[in-house]
Design a protein around this ligand. Structure first.
Ligand SMILES: Cc1ncc(COP(=O)(O)O)c(C=O)c1O
Length: 425
């Protein structure tokens, strides 16, 4: 493929050896070489600058290279870059666990660290299945999940994805079969879900849901009231409620955690992505004391057998502590409210466009849903956005904006203008 600039040396040397994510390597355009990031701006090797409208898959919530984050990471690097977390402890992890418990929905008292969102979901599933096994109910080991759901790329998480439209459908035969339902929209749907749960509850360990926003499965929203109702059904039917807040956690939907809006405390909550302000990989699975206590006995067999080598890495935990400092010290929630108001106003004109079937906004998430579109059209849209100087990555049938919370009003307008312009072109 021809390129508009002389490629940097590392790109020429490396490209033929790289295997890219979610990419058909035979036909995909070359990725853009990035040399630096600052705030919401990415600088490319040829000097062009892009405004990032999706915060590197929604994790860089304070923008790139926030000075407080880089400083705290550098400071930690001077004393302890890594140490194993079995039999040894360190301040950053313990401080972080304490801070997470203080801010999470009340009752989530225990924190298990891991290294990616997918792993946090696997850990949550293991906690739920073993919770019942330890309580002498080993038949309760399946999961309930939802159409349009996405919970990561490892086998357990893949088994929870939408089996028909999800990106993992090719591997359906290799993952455990789960019970898949629609997220209810109204009372009748809810009654139907209740009846289904009643039928399957003796074989079910947990229900896994992306609270309020199903992200990678199509940016679909449901209400806090519906979330609270689903939670109640789980309580009635003895099913652990697992909130996958990997995309929604840390302010994205307008409150610190999406579950806060429904006033619920999940039995298990998975966090990742923005946990470190997007600086370095880290994830956490939080559990209530009731879940934790089911693992206590005088036998190793009832313990949680999980321990990634890099769990609770000190640099990652220092980044997460620094990110929490920013949530405490800078007006993030107010900024998110400002982004929400602006997205509502500025995406409104898209309603009128022929190809647009829905425009929806929740917190710092703006979505423009298109009528039936082809994969080629989506790829073309991506290229056009680059031409407009913005980094947006439509997928499936949606164009979405999920920027860093620190984005300025003018920068956000550049993104919404680009969406309107590209769709009208
Ligand atoms: C809701 C949800 N769960 C899990 C994951 C997986 O996280 P990771 O990519 O860090 O493994 C994602 C990633 O997009 C996600 O959105």
């Amino acid at each position: 493929m021809s390129k508009p600039y002389p490629p940097p040396e590392w790109e020429t040397a490396g490209f033929n050896h790289i295997w890219l994510p979610y990419t058909q390597m035979q036909t995909a355009p070359l990725p853009l070489p990035v040399i630096s990031g600052s705030g919401v701006r990415l600088t490319l090797a040829d000097g062009r600058e892009l405004i990032d409208g999706i915060a590197s898959w929604w994790c860089a919530c304070h923008g790139y290279q926030h000075p407080h984050l880089t400083k705290q990471i550098a400071k930690q690097l001077e004393t302890l870059a890594h140490v194993m977390f079995a039999g040894l402890a360190h301040e950053q992890a313990y401080t972080l666990a304490h801070r997470l418990v203080s801010m999470a929905p009340q009752g989530l008292n225990r924190v298990f660290f891991s290294d990616s969102g997918s792993t946090a979901v696997e850990v949550g599933m293991k906690m739920a299945a073993q919770f019942w096994a330890n309580r002498q109910e080993p038949d309760k080991r399946k999961f309930i999940c939802f159409r349009n759901g996405y919970h990561g790329d490892t086998m357990g998480g893949m088994s929870l994805a939408d089996p028909e439209t999800g990106m993992h459908r090719t591997l359906n035969r290799y993952t455990p079969e789960q019970h898949v339902f629609d997220i209810p929209n109204n009372r009748a749907d809810l009654t139907a879900l209740a009846a289904s749960l009643k039928k399957v509850r003796e074989t079910v360990a947990g229900l896994v849901i992306e609270p309020l926003v199903q992200a990678a499965g199509g940016m679909k929203f449901h209400s806090p009231e519906m979330l609270a109702e689903i939670y109640q059904l789980c309580k009635e039917h003895r099913i652990l409620f697992i909130a996958d807040e990997i995309a929604t956690g840390f302010g994205r939907t307008g409150s610190m955690f999406a579950c806060d809006e429904a006033g619920i405390t999940p039995d298990v909550m998975c966090l990742g992505k923005a946990l470190t302000g997007g600086m370095v990989g880290l994830a956490a699975t939080l559990a209530t004391e009731e879940v934790f206590e089911a693992f206590l006995s005088d036998r190793l067999e009832t313990a949680l057998m999980h321990g990634p080598t890099f769990m609770a890495n000190p640099i990652a935990c220092a980044a997460a502590n620094a990110s929490l400092d920013l949530f405490e010290g800078e007006p993030r929630i107010a900024q998110i409210q400002g982004i929400e108001t602006q997205l509502r106003e500025e995406l409104k004109p898209c309603h009128k466009l022929e190809d647009v079937i829905d425009v929806r906004v929740k917190g710092a998430i703006g979505v423009v849903q298109l009528s039936d579109v082809s994969g080629e059209y989506i790829l073309e849209l991506r290229q056009r956005f680059i031409g407009e100087g913005v980094w947006l990555r439509p997928f499936s049938d949606v164009i979405y904006i999920m920027p860093a919370f620190t984005i300025s009003s003018a920068e956000l307008t550049r993104l919404t203008d680009a969406v309107f312009k590209v769709l009208t072109a």
